[in-house]
Design a protein around this ligand. Structure first.
Ligand code: DCT
Ligand code: MG
Length: 399
């Protein structure tokens, strides 16, 4: 009995002639097996991906290979592994056999090999050997410094620098962000808890409302999706009256600085102009809001004070990476959708918009290329509707 012929026939709705009792039994068994074959839509934004992951061993292996590709500055390969991992995250049950994955999107040859290895041996030899490799370890340590990307890390490694100690001893010139990153390395690389994010939220709220009453602060990023920890805390700030948000960021930053909350900050100005920039150039839109990359000094809130490595004196505070973004109210829904993530979910939304709808989506706007006009929205629900997608709440955008 040719199983693949049988399942293909079933899938295509072709009638299958039953010949005798024995074959009927076999085919019934195949039918049951077929019922356990998963089906998943192509784009992550068409799926509901909660934090409940039934295939963590598989997705951990694929995510590690994705991380390695990104550290090697090979984004294409990174995205391929991320897409494969996202498909498995969306499955309602653990995968037990490769045949269950037949016909699923985004599972390339390489990812399938990794999955097969895990299913057969319990772990991925490629992921394990990557994790142990000196190059991966060095890239991870060096890019753990705030302000250091894969290119800089690779350049340092080529010059014999693999550790923080070697970097400090090398006398290489670091920019202001990297100096702060090195100084606050331990804090910045320790996961931020939801309680810490909320404590920072209160500080930001106080800062924002004292310099502009009526302004609103929203927690975005992973915490809005329900994650319990994150690598940073992301906030989106707006004011219900268009234009009132102009010039807000420097005031907020000054307030925070005057109160001693900032260990480091760098503000970039809003450079987005609908009329000038238009939809044709969406690639760098993430950076066009008035945005502040910062390192916060957060007092230990009921937590055991951390030991600082240098002097072993207990530190009554910790360093936390915080991103602040200011958006005019007219772009708020797009900014909220764009800053809630996950990164892959966002990427897939833009891919869906472009390929399936001939639209350009950014964190500022949605442009319909067929109608040659912007589609306005005041809520995330409206944006999903414009895109012809079922609404997916933040807690189900964990692709
Ligand atoms: N974002 C994006 N594309 C990027 C970077 C960010 O679409 N290249 C969006 C999606 C998530 C949001 O910005 C915040 O970014 P991160 O803080 O990096 O992501 P996160 O989901 O909040 O992850 P973590 O919980 O680790 O902070
Ligand atoms: Mg974040």
């Amino acid at each position: 009995l040719d199983i693949s012929w049988y399942t293909e026939s079933m899938r295509a709705g072709r009638p299958v002639q039953i010949l005798d009792r024995h074959k009927l039994q076999v085919r019934t068994a195949e039918c049951l097996n077929f019922a356990m074959v998963f089906s998943v839509p192509n784009y992550a934004c068409q799926r509901r991906t909660t934090l409940e992951n039934h295939n963590a061993v598989l997705t951990d292996a694929l995510s590690l290979l994705a991380e390695n590709a990104e550290l090697e500055d090979e984004d294409g390969r990174g995205v391929a592994f991320r897409r494969a991992a996202a498909v498995l995250k969306a499955l309602p049950k653990p995968v037990t056999s490769l045949t269950q994955l037949r016909g699923l999107p985004c599972l390339g040859e390489h990812s399938l090999r990794v999955i097969q290895d895990v299913l057969e041996t319990g772990s991925s030899s490629e992921a394990e050997s990557t994790k142990q490799s000196e190059r991966f370890k060095a890239l991870k340590v060096l890019t753990g410094i705030f302000g250091v990307g894969p290119k800089t890390a690779a350049w340092w490694i080529r010059h014999g620098i693999n550790t923080l100690h070697q970097l400090r001893a090398s006398g290489h010139t670091l920019n202001r962000a990297q100096q702060a990153g090195l100084e606050h390395y331990d804090g910045v690389n320790r996961p931020v808890t939801k309680a810490e994010a909320d404590a920072i939220g209160e500080i930001v709220e106080t800062a924002v409302t004292s310099v502009l009453p009526g302004a609103q602060v929203t927690l975005t990023g992973g915490f809005r999706r329900g994650k319990l920890t994150g690598h940073d805390v992301d906030f989106l700030i707006t004011h219900p009256e268009e234009g009132r948000e102009e010039g807000l960021m420097p005031k907020v930053v000054s307030w925070l600085e005057s109160q001693g909350f900032l260990l480091y900050q760098k503000t970039t100005r809003n450079s987005y102009l609908e009329s000038k920039d238009g939809p044709a150039r969406p690639a760098s839109n993430m950076d066009r809001f008035e945005r502040c990359f910062s390192i916060f000094k957060l007092d230990a809130c009921g937590r055991q004070p951390a030991l600082s490595q240098a002097d072993e004196e207990p530190k009554p505070w910790r360093a936390v990476r915080v991103d602040l973004v200011v958006s005019p109210i007219s772009q708020f829904a797009f900014a909220l959708l764009g800053w809630t993530g996950s990164k892959l979910f966002e990427r897939e939304l833009r891919r869906w918009a472009g390929y399936e709808k001939t639209m350009s989506l950014s964190s500022h706007a949605l442009y319909d290329n067929k109608q040659s006009r912007y589609l306005k929205a005041t809520s995330e629900e409206e944006i999903f509707a414009h895109l012809g997608l079922e609404y997916v709440p933040p807690s189900e955008r964990n692709a």
